[in-house]
Design a protein around this ligand. Structure first.
Ligand code: PAF
Length: 286
């Protein structure tokens, strides 16, 4: 087992990075909110393969939760997360698990960012203030860690696009790398929130990906408005799942698509509730 460094303050992190970082080395960063699963592990493995040193942050960011009970029920188990990271067996990893005070210095206000409209679509519409909270903490974390590359999962595709925009707005030379969605054998996208599902709910949750796969097949042969109606009907037929939104959007603007333009890339996005557990997923369509 590796002797992994766990830092709980940004000072400890800085001195630890100073001692470990060779002058020509590349620093990778995997920001997380803990409750680590195989999806996070795959991000960390990619970061290890592409960098000489990797910081994994574990911090449940209070400012990105628009819903208080979602924050209160968000799964947290730092010891288990540290075990999961240690089991990767790399001596390149430094864990940063700070307190809220260490990151926010007593000022929990969010910055108001303009991401050219990206922030108003989908998650932005349904979770007011969410992306201001995400961008605020990512900005702070990037300033603390100062990485060369940072890794984000495509499950939060809108977040990934927003972080890319953030980095260009602040003029930082950090490579933002999007990584494919890790799925359970049933197809359900891995998420820390899956832990809150009961077994029967989990079975129903696998429908989300099946529906997205059908959308992928229908794309370019069935009109978008008919695909929308079909998706709505599928979810209406399932007593466990409440659809919050379904969108087919162009990937660079994330604007809802009405027709398909040549040379543009599209994805389908979905957010549902199963009881009070909110799940999101998406799929590339072309
Ligand atoms: O995707 C997440 O886990 C969070 O939104 C992030 C990027 C770590 C910011 O808190």
């Amino acid at each position: 087992m590796s002797s992994m460094k766990v830092c709980t303050t940004n000072q400890a992190l800085s001195s630890s990075l100073e001692s470990l970082k060779a002058s020509d080395s590349s620093l990778g960063f995997v920001p997380t909110m803990g409750a680590l699963h195989q999806g996070h592990v795959s991000l960390i493995q990619k970061a290890i393969a592409e960098n000489s040193l990797v910081v994994v942050s574990i911090f449940v960011n209070p400012t990105q939760f628009d819903n208080k009970s979602d924050l209160e029920t968000y799964p947290q188990n730092l010891n288990k997360d540290i075990e999961t990271i240690s089991a990767i067996g790399s001596d390149k990893i430094v864990v940063y698990a700070p307190s809220t005070q260490d990151v926010y210095k007593g000022d929990l206000s969010k910055e108001n960012f303009d991401f050219g409209g990206l922030e108003h679509q989908m998650e932005g519409k349904h979770r007011p203030g969410h992306f201001d909270g995400v961008a605020t903490v990512v900005y702070k974390l990037l300033q603390i860690v100062r990485p060369d590359m940072a890794y984000f999962g495509e499950k939060d595709f809108q977040q990934l696009q927003i972080v890319k925009k953030l980095v260009s707005v602040i003029g930082a030379s950090i490579n933002i790398i999007g990584c494919p969605i890790a799925r359970e054998p049933s197809g359900l996208a891995m998420s820390s929130r899956n832990k809150r599902l009961y077994n029967n709910e989990r079975k129903h949750a696998s429908k989300i990906y099946q529906i997205l796969k059908s959308v992928e097949q229908k794309f370019e042969t069935v009109p978008i408005s008919d695909i929308r109606k079909w998706v709505q009907a599928q979810f209406e037929n399932d007593p466990y799942i409440n659809l919050e939104y379904f969108e087919i959007s162009e990937v660079s603007t994330l604007e809802s698509a009405v027709t398909i333009a040549p040379n543009k890339k599209y994805r389908a996005f979905v957010a549902v509730f199963i009881r009070d557990v909110r799940l999101i997923d998406n799929i590339a369509l072309n």
